[in-house]
Write a new protein. Sequence first.
Length: 161
Amino acid sequence: MVFRRKGPLRAWRIADNRRPIYDGTGAMVWGARWNSPGHPVIYASASFACAMLERLAHAGIGSIPKDQHSITIEIPAIDIEEMTATDVSGWDLPDLSVSRAYGDGWLLSKRTAVLIVPSVVARPDCNVLINPTHPDFPKIAHSKPEPVVWDRRLFQRKSRK
């Protein structure tokens, strides 16, 4: 059941520092799981570890990502919509039409500035979507971008003997 709750909430975002890290442009240009192209949204995660997994899953690289920075996002006591894995059938399919329809509806209705959705990459964890066109968006704060330190073991191939 989709429900609303109040913040505060902390979230993390990891992105390439050669582009704006907190404006939703990338998702607006290319679209993503929860939005069609043309709709800006800022994707973050409910934990730093989930943000790392999401970044690695979408980076499509086999080496340590360069130029990656993270921000911590502080969401105050504003309304937050939360969707669980059982609320919308098909949200996790490779065909993004179901998840995009839900996300686009949320963005256009401006029901809340924040939507919590399940992560496909880390099923028990959640992603945090932020609508930069919502009237409550200016109330959401974020830290200065900091370089991400990746553990080399994430990228090592070990041979079995």
